[in-house]
Design a protein around this ligand. Structure first.
Ligand SMILES: [Zn+2]
Length: 635
């Protein structure tokens, strides 16, 4: 029986740090490693040299430069990237930052630049320090955090969280819980409760009072990255008191965001304020990477398969689309349907004309500093400890996992080209004789799965979104998991259609002519012009499951197109049927909303090629539809 009047307790077993493996436990392989190497050789590895904001004069390193979020943001990606790749030169870059932050603490517990007293950037620095401690065991971090949290407990009443910090308090509490899991000191829970009273009640807002269209004025509640970060608030509350309502309210928040702001790729718009459901609304790169981190926290706490689905959706679609294929540059805002990348006015709530260029610092430099956490934290979160004492897959990608179960070494090798192929091979190696469970996530979009263990087909049932295999894994065993993918159609406003294949959003590519802008800062800045007209409709959706799917060998960069023909360079292409939607016109530099379907004004039947969203920087993601649909039996 549940006693609702008892004082809630924070159970360390519910905490994200109980599930997440220490930084460095998981290393990328295959296509995933290639993404991180590109990042290390591109924007992340060179950022200190090309962008003074995180150079040697940054105030977090004791200089006189930027003293707000940019230094901690950059470090929050650089550090996990360095450990994921075991890259000594990146580790050497991160070290002076860590040392400077640790050395900046004063007797009363305060730390960081003296010129900026905002609580917010310190929340990012705390995340960096806990990752550093997980990776190195540095015993200076826990007392450092304890002194700072004492300072917060003493000072927050008189100088409360405000502005960005008030929107993002859940990130502060995450680090408090990290320390609580180690010390169990109850005053830390008093701090969590105090932070809670000063943080936007996100699930109340998102579930009950969410703005139902494009935001016209700024508030912290409609700011895209704030919303992405606020969605983890329910997990923090659940860690604190264990009440199941937080899980339901979090799901209600996701559903409400999709209802009013969900775009064709499945994610809510934010340009940079919540922007409604049109496919030309924008999504900020900060929102993409913060949403990924939130999904990782939700996966660690709630352990639902849907969190892994969400994480994969971001990692395989919006994240790669946010950078150029060589990772020299990024967009501030991406559009689901993006017919050109250029300097032009677009129908966004708040962003300047250069916002969708690929460059060093289009519009504003927050994403320049923040984007680096996307891939490395995805790697760190692929596998987690499960509540039943084993290991649980959160997302599938090629990687190795070196960890332990009850102190005994367990190694996994995940050999796969997923999401471009359907089969994931998992090799388990351990000397441990006692059984332990492996939980394999079955995506919610899957209509079935096949499991073969050591060449023997194995019957398995899905419980809470996972297949649980509880047995002795002593020696070396190979699990072959196949998750069949098929074409899925999602209908949208005006009877338009969006297409999905497994975890991939599928789009029509326009061909890309990248035009370098002279005199650009950093590693370059580009506009992109299309090679073909963009206005196509799909047809015969009832037979979409029969559209041919063409797989090609995985190219060095699967998230990029290489040639003039639609599918060149794409590991996966769907040959859909459709026609030119001759009445669908551009509205300046963007597509107008799709005409109501069925469209009557169209060209002859044609093949419409579709490729993964993440590989096409120019694309159509939401399509009008020709012909009749919904059945013909009443004619
Ligand atoms: Zn940003």
């Amino acid at each position: 029986m549940i006693n609702n009047t008892s004082t809630p307790t924070a159970d360390p077993a519910r905490m994200p740090s109980a599930a997440m493996l220490p930084l460095g436990s998981i290393s990328p392989l295959g296509w995933l490693r290639d993404q991180l190497r590109l990042q290390a050789e591109g924007l992340t590895g060179q950022l200190e040299e090309i962008w003074p904001d995180v150079g040697a004069d940054n105030a977090w390193r004791g200089g006189h430069g930027d003293d707000w979020e940019r230094g901690p943001y950059y470090l929050d990606g650089l550090l996990p990237l360095a450990y994921a790749l075991s890259d000594d030169s990146l580790l050497a870059k991160a070290k002076p930052w860590i040392e400077a932050i640790l050395a900046s603490q004063t007797e009363d517990g305060w730390f960081g630049p003296r010129t900026n007293d905002d609580w917010w950037p310190r929340m990012v620095a705390l995340k960096v320090l806990t990752q550093h401690a997980e990776a190195t065991g540095d015993d200076r971090v826990a007392p450092f955090l304890a002194r700072y949290f004492r300072y917060q407990l003493t000072n927050l009443s008189d100088r409360p969280l405000r502005g960005w910090a008030r929107a993002r308090g859940a990130d502060n509490s995450l680090s408090v819980f990290w320390l609580y899991a180690r010390t169990g000191e109850d005053w830390l829970l008093d701090l969590v409760d105090l932070i809670d009273t000063q943080t936007i009640p996100w699930n109340d807002y998102l579930g009950n009072a969410l703005i139902t269209g494009q935001a016209r004025i700024f508030t912290h509640r409609t700011h895209g990255p704030n919303v992405a970060m606020g969605l983890k608030k329910g997990a923090i509350d659940w860690v604190r008191d264990g009440r199941p309502q937080h899980r339901y309210e979090t799901e209600r928040a996701f559903a409400n965001l999709d209802r009013w702001h969900g775009q064709a790729h499945g994610w809510f718009s934010g340009d940079e304020w919540l922007g409604g459901r049109e496919a030309t609304a924008g999504v900020e790169t900060c929102q993409v990477v913060e949403m990924m981190f939130t999904c990782e926290v939700l996966a660690a706490t709630f352990a639902d398969a849907i969190q892994g689905d969400r994480l994969e959706s971001l990692a395989f679609n919006l994240l790669p689309a946010s950078c150029d294929p060589a990772m020299r540059a990024h967009q501030y805002l991406q559009q689901a349907t993006q017919i050109e990348v250029s300097v032009a006015r677009r129908n966004w709530s708040y962003s300047s004309d250069d916002t969708n260029l690929f460059g060093l610092e289009p519009h504003f430099g927050c994403c320049t500093a923040n984007l680096h956490q996307g891939w490395p934290k995805f790697v760190s979160s692929l596998w987690m400890r499960s509540a039943d004492g084993g290991l649980r897959s959160v997302a599938y990608a090629p990687a190795t996992v070196r960890t332990e179960v009850d102190g005994q070494a367990v190694n996994l090798v995940i050999d796969t080209n997923y999401p471009f192929e359907e089969t994931v091979m998992i090799t388990v190696e351990t000397q441990r004789a006692d059984p332990f469970p492996l939980q394999l996530r079955i995506p919610t979009w899957a209509t079935g799965h096949r499991l073969v263990i050591d060449d023997i087909p194995t019957q398995s049932t899905v419980e809470n979104g996972h297949v649980v295999i509880n047995r002795s894994w002593q020696g070396r065993h190979v699990i072959e998991l196949t998750i069949p993918m098929s074409v899925r159609i999602q209908r949208r406003e005006r009877q338009a259609a969006a297409v999905f294949y497994g975890p991939l959003s599928m789009v029509h590519p326009l061909g890309e002519n990248w035009i370098a802008i002279d005199g650009a800062p950093g590693l370059g800045e580009w506009e992109i012009r299309p090679r073909r007209s963009w206005n196509v409709a799909l047809s015969d959706l009832d037979n979409a499951a029969d559209w041919p799917v063409v797989r090609q060998s995985i190219p060095p960069q699967p998230f990029g197109l290489t040639g003039p023909r639609p599918g060149d360079g794409s590991p996966l292409m769907i040959m859909a049927t459709g026609a030119r939607a001759t009445g669908w016109k551009a509205d300046g530099a963007q597509a107008s909303p799709p005409p109501a379907s069925p469209v009557l004004d169209h060209g002859p039947a044609d093949r419409i090629d579709l490729v993964p969203y993440g590989s096409a920087r120019l694309r159509v993601a939401e399509f009008p539809v020709t012909g009749s649909w919904g059945g013909t039996d009443d004619l």
